[in-house]
Design a protein. Structure first.
Lengths: 109, 379
């Protein structure tokens, strides 16, 4: 009889141990879940912000260029380079520049 | 030093080496030609700040009738003076002899010159290049690639890197590109035996032009070796060294458009003729511009210079696809580009009035491409 009790006691203690571990685990997961949920919200906000920014920038004008590209086109038409290679220098004799045109009209991947 | 040699054969070699000699050399000794005589034959060297050429005339070359009586070395200058003398000597052979240090006598039949040479010890040493990793190129192909791309090399020193041709050897292929930012020319060819090699070099366009002059069409192959800032092209008896341009060549891949809205296929010579005629007028005008108009299934080249007059010509074509288009450009760029194609069929690929257009052979169109940047017109 006493042996049975001892055995039961040991079993109960083991079960209690498992419950404790599980409780800790659940609390840990809940905490992590909250952090992730907050992080997710934060990223969604950032994304929304970026998309909004881009749509403003991408506002297509008549020529199909973004505002910033339209600025570059104007500088180019005024006779200056907008390409990396010659940036800011005058286009000699208004000669065309393939590097500039790539910057202004090139496809961005 | 004393040797006797056939005049015509020596002169041909001398002219080869003279390609590298500049009369305006910054180091006076470089206005001359270095001669070294030894038991093997005569070695001649000419050099400037960009290129050096060294060639050997061997005693085993029977036509050269070469006899070496005493080994030695001397620098004779200026090179032009020396070659003019050799050219005018009366006999089929002549003798060069160095006496009293650098005093050099040149005799042929009854004619005798004595000219003051320079001590060859003071002649700059040519770079030493390891030829262990050398690869070979077919001479005809190399000359063709150079001629096709060198037209787009920049002549302005404001961006020195653009005065070179960009050579990329990778995956068994050689790609050569040149651009002066107004137009671009690119040629790609597979080269056997370079599968394990990888080079990215910018060689001065001028050097390569001299190389094409030096290389005889009768030559089969040339051996190429690359060092840190030098490249060596070597044939059986001649070494051609060129310095390499320092710095990174700009990325030109993104300049070449992938798509187009209008494709016009015609004979290169037909378009060349029309553009040449239109440029007669544009050259007289203030702006050197002609216009290509694709409209209602017809192609027209026009030129309009208010102070001179007008020209227009309907151009015969073989195929036309896509949208109507109007594009203005410098006719000289198109002429130069068309000339490199020879008499084959080409396709013009146009995107828009404002974007560069390209010319490719209508067959094999990924091997050779010429790009031309349009000019904005106020109209
Ligand atoms: Zn530019």
């Amino acid at each position: 009889m006493l042996d049975t009790f001892t055995e039961l006691e040991a079993q109960t203690e083991a079960t209690l141990g498992i419950i404790k571990t599980m409780k800790d685990e659940v609390s840990h997961l809940t905490e992590e879940n909250n952090v992730l949920r907050m992080e997710n919200q934060h990223l969604r906000d950032r994304l929304a912000e970026i998309i909004k920014q881009q749509s403003i920038e991408k506002q297509m004008t008549d020529s199909g260029l973004t505002k910033s590209r339209l600025n570059l086109e104007k500088i180019y038409e005024d006779g200056f380079h907008v390409c990396n290679l010659f940036y800011g220098s005058r286009r000699d004799g208004d000669e065309p520049c393939a590097f500039c045109l790539e910057v202004i009209y090139g496809e961005r991947k | 030093m004393k040797f006797t040699v056939n005049r015509a054969i020596f002169l041909k070699k001398l002219k080869d080496v003279q390609l590298a000699v500049s009369s305006r050399a910054t180091i006076p000794i470089l206005t001359g030609i270095k001669l070294i005589a030894d038991s093997e034959g005569i070695k001649m060297t000419g050099s400037n700040s960009d290129i050096s050429i060294e060639t050997i005339l061997t005693v085993s070359n029977e036509a050269a009738e070469l006899t070496i009586d005493a080994p030695g070395e001397v620098v004779l200058q200026p090179a032009r003076f020396f070659s003019d003398i050799v050219n005018k000597l009366p006999d089929e052979t002549f003798t060069v002899e160095v006496k009293n240090g650098v005093q050099t006598s040149i005799t042929s039949a009854s004619s005798a010159f004595v000219i003051n040479g320079l001590d060859a010890v003071n002649y700059p040493r040519l770079p030493e290049i390891d030829t262990k990793d050398a690869f070979t190129l077919p001479v005809n192909l190399l000359k063709k690639i150079i001629k096709q791309t060198v037209i787009a090399v920049s002549t302005h020193e404001s961006r020195p890197i653009l005065t070179g041709i960009h050579f990329i050897i990778k995956d068994g292929k050689l790609k050569a590109v040149a651009t002066d930012s107004h137009r671009l020319s690119q040629r790609v060819i597979p080269i056997e035996g370079t599968e394990n090699l990888s080079y990215d070099l910018v060689i001065p366009g001028k050097s390569l032009q001299e190389l094409t002059r030096l290389l005889d069409d009768s030559l089969d192959e040339i051996e190429v070796s690359v060092a840190e800032n030098q490249i060596l092209f070597k044939t059986e008896d001649t070494y051609f060294y060129s310095r390499l341009l320092e710095g990174n060549y700009p990325d030109t891949n993104r300049l070449i458009p992938e798509s187009s809205s209008t494709q016009l296929t015609l004979e290169a010579s037909t378009l060349l003729g029309a553009v040449e005629r239109a440029s007669l007028l544009s050259h007289e005008g203030k702006n050197n511009v002609v216009k290509l108009t694709v409209k209602d299934n017809s192609v027209e080249i026009t030129g309009n210079s208010p102070e001179v007059g007008r020209v227009n010509e309907q151009v015969t074509f073989n195929d036309l696809k896509g949208e109507d288009m109007e594009i203005s450009f410098n006719p000289d760029y198109l002429k130069a580009a068309l000339t490199t194609f020879g008499s084959i069929e080409v396709t013009l690929k146009l995107i828009s009035t404002l974007r560069p257009f390209v010319l490719v052979p209508s067959e094999n169109n990924d091997e050779f491409i010429q790009l031309i940047t349009p000019i904005r017109t106020s109209s």
